[in-house]
Design a protein around this ligand. Sequence first.
Ligand SMILES: [Zn+2]
Length: 410
Amino acid sequence: MYQSKLFYKTLKRAPKSVEALSSALLIRAGFIDQVGAGSYSFLPLGLKVLKKIENIIREEMIAIQGQEILMPALTPKENWQKTGRWKSFDVLFKLKGNNKKEYALGPTHEEIIAPLAKKIILSYKDLPFYLFQIQTKFRDELRVKSGLLRTREFLMKDLYSFHADQKDLESYYKKVDKSYSNIFKRCEVKTYKTLASGGSFSKYSHEYQAVAESGEDIIYICNNCQLAVNKEIKSEIKKCPDCNQSKFDQKKAVEVGNMFQLGDKYSLPFELKFQDKKSKEKPVIMGCYGIGLGRLMAAAVEVNHDNKGIIWPEEIAPFNIHLIQIENNKKVKQAAQKVYMDLQKKGVEVLYDDRVDKTAGEKFAEADLIGIPIRLVVSEKTLKNNSVELKNRDKKKVCLIKFSHISQII
Ligand SMILES: [Zn+2]
């Protein structure tokens, strides 16, 4: 991508209303644009990151036998009335159509997926199975803040599992836990598995919390085993349930994922049943598992930045390499152009700063703000050595790489 053609603009300062550091950086670096309170456009740089996160999640879901589907965001009132959540879900986004019918914009999809599964599941032979989607969700929050951390509209991965019994649910729950670890590791966001208030079928649910100054949650991390407890239930828990000691560190954190054992909470109202081996009808046992993609992106910035800007983790960076051409003479331009073409041929994603109206200092400052992991500079000076200058975004050291060795960088 030629930077001269890229649709973006960097800013010296983020709007005052944006409190969270991550969103302020993302706005300043031209990844997102604030449309209104709690709603953002993803610009080309931001969408590239979001898509990479989406693909990591998709790969890991498929690896645990998840099958991808897409349900509607606009959902009928009747489904929500069946479970009582039309009234009890306090941030349900409700709206009326021209036909006077009422709808909810889905904040989660148990009310849609349970009747869907009912059309397909008949016997124990159909179980277990696992469905997920990556879709925009809505929450009619009274107050939104912290940029991407709390929005009225957000992209979420929601996975639902369907089992014949509790034991099978518990064994899959562990697989999802492992899968979540992989996802957060690949996005380089350290998370703490955190106990939170449960549903009707387990004492606790689990959240995945990333420690961040802009976080809205408070968690208590066990000094010994790193299990964390959400503040909402801390008063119930004096000692760590895993290792039985009582020293915890209090931290601000961002919830990037969660897992719930739903049991038959949604199977019963929708009569989602199966016939067991003895032809006896039983309710299907369900679990649900969410990850907020925008939040994960914001959390990645919360934990990977310095005072100059973002430092993208390799797997979710918008580009692999930021190639910068300094001095606008024919030789430098030709050499930079060749490096650009060679890397592209190898399938490396390159943002090529080909702009002629910016100083080297301006280009470097912007490269640091945008945060692509590897910076390559082509200048008169490097040309004399038949080289490009390489610098990793997270390191101070620069070194020269011969043109003939560029293909070995990535
Ligand atoms: Zn512990």
